[in-house]
Design a protein around this ligand. Structure first.
Ligand code: AHM
Ligand code: MG
Length: 375
């Protein structure tokens, strides 16, 4: 008996599918000659690795993994796509309706940082993977509603850092940190949030720039994914990011110079090559932390937000900004200090605690550590 001929429509579908999957053209004749059990799509390595595939493959390296952490990372990727699509339309606010007013569809426009906060909370609260959350946008811990199951992790995040830059079309970002819950009971509390950054199990950021990128680490390797808007997927674009040992960029807001103490001023003169000890670094300051950090991570350099007379603890938040970025930079071979100690060793005492931050290429951070120690 001859094998049954596949109907023409299913051939068309299979050919279209094969094309979408970039497995080359498959002719109808080739399909006719398929043997039972043979598939059209050959499972050969392709150059396209989605974030989902990557996370699953990473998870397989740890047989004890339950998949909960992987789930948290997918959920964040989904929230990031939703935020990205909104950020892309931010410039249209003027013609569609200003924030706090009704747009042409009769919907109330929200501030983007409030929107981003809600998106993340809603994407994460019902999954059963988290025991609590904390956001830079909210004064207190965000509990998991009683109707949902809870999990063994807590999530801390800055939903839209640098959001004042949106009006001038400068990149903004989301930063996140995942810790294991350490207290008993189903719901997380302040103690779970106030753990040193060294205990993070994952951290990452999303940059909404000329393209949208998600960069994360679980402590081993830093991986970057770029959103392909045509298919709505984050694709692996920057595997295993390593930051240069010494960098070329210096990112600091010089307008605070008259408020710095003498050691910080001397340090910045060193980076600028003014005391003739090293070659001058290139100054680049966007004023959007994720954008400054991302550039320096890839190109090498140092981002500094020192304490000053007006802000004795600096401006940036330990739990939502400094800790996650410090976890990433260390996994990429760099370093982060608060002036004297490693950011990841700082014992937090408050949810919204601020910290001075010197972060980036290892040797440049060591220069800061040495010079800031000097009396
Ligand atoms: P935000 O959390 O209120 O958005 O502020 C954080 C931002 C960072 O993105 C950036 O590095 C810093 O503030 C810039 O501050 P300054 O204008 O003082 O240099
Ligand atoms: Mg912020």
């Amino acid at each position: 008996m001859s094998p049954r001929k596949p109907p023409a429509r299913s051939i068309r579908c299979a050919v279209a599918l094969a094309r979408v999957l970039h497995v080359g053209s498959v002719s109808g004749a080739a399909l006719h000659s398929l043997q039972p059990g043979q598939t059209v799509v050959k499972h050969t390595a392709t150059s396209v690795v989605t974030i989902e595939r990557y996370i699953i493959e990473q998870e397989r390296l740890f047989p004890e993994a339950t998949g909960e952490l992987s789930g948290i990372l997918y959920d964040i990727a989904l929230a990031a796509k939703m935020i990205a699509s909104k950020v892309r339309r931010a410039g249209l606010v003027d013609i569609l309706g200003a924030m706090g007013t009704e747009n042409v569809q009769g919907e109330i426009q929200q501030k983007l940082d409030v929107f981003a906060n809600e998106i993340i909370v809603k994407a994460m609260d019902h999954t059963g993977r988290l025991a609590a959350m904390a956001s830079e946008e909210e004064p207190d811990i965000i509990p998991i509603p009683d109707e949902f199951k809870t999990g063994k992790y807590v999530l801390l995040f800055d939903p839209l850092d640098g959001s004042s830059n949106i009006d001038v079309n400068v990149p903004v970002g989301t930063i996140f940190s995942v810790l294991k819950k350490i207290t008993r009971g189903n719901h997380g509390n302040l103690e779970d949030m106030l753990q040193p950054g060294r205990r993070q199990v994952a951290a990452g950021y999303v940059i909404y720039g000329s393209s949208t990128m998600l960069v994360y680490t679980t402590g081993q390797g830093v991986h970057g994914f770029t959103l392909d808007p045509s298919i709505g997927e984050f694709l692996l674009s920057h595997p295993n990011i390593q930051t240069p040992k010494r960098g070329r960029y210096l990112s600091v807001n010089n307008s605070y110079e008259q408020l710095w103490d003498a050691r910080v001023t001397a340090l910045m003169r060193r980076y600028r090559g003014l005391d003739a000890v090293q070659k001058p670094m290139n100054e680049r300051y966007v004023g959007s932390l994720v954008a400054d950090f991302h550039r320096n991570l890839l190109g090498g350099g140092l981002f500094a937000y020192p304490a000053n007379r007006q802000s004795p603890r600096g401006k940036l938040r330990l739990l939502y900004e400094a800790n996650p970025l410090a976890f990433i930079v260390e996994a990429a071979g760099g370093a982060a200090i608060d002036g004297t100690m490693d950011i990841l060793n700082v014992m937090p005492t408050e949810l919204h605690q601020r910290t001075p931050l010197f972060i980036g290429s290892k040797d440049d951070v060591e220069t800061a550590r040495e010079m800031l120690h000097e009396q």
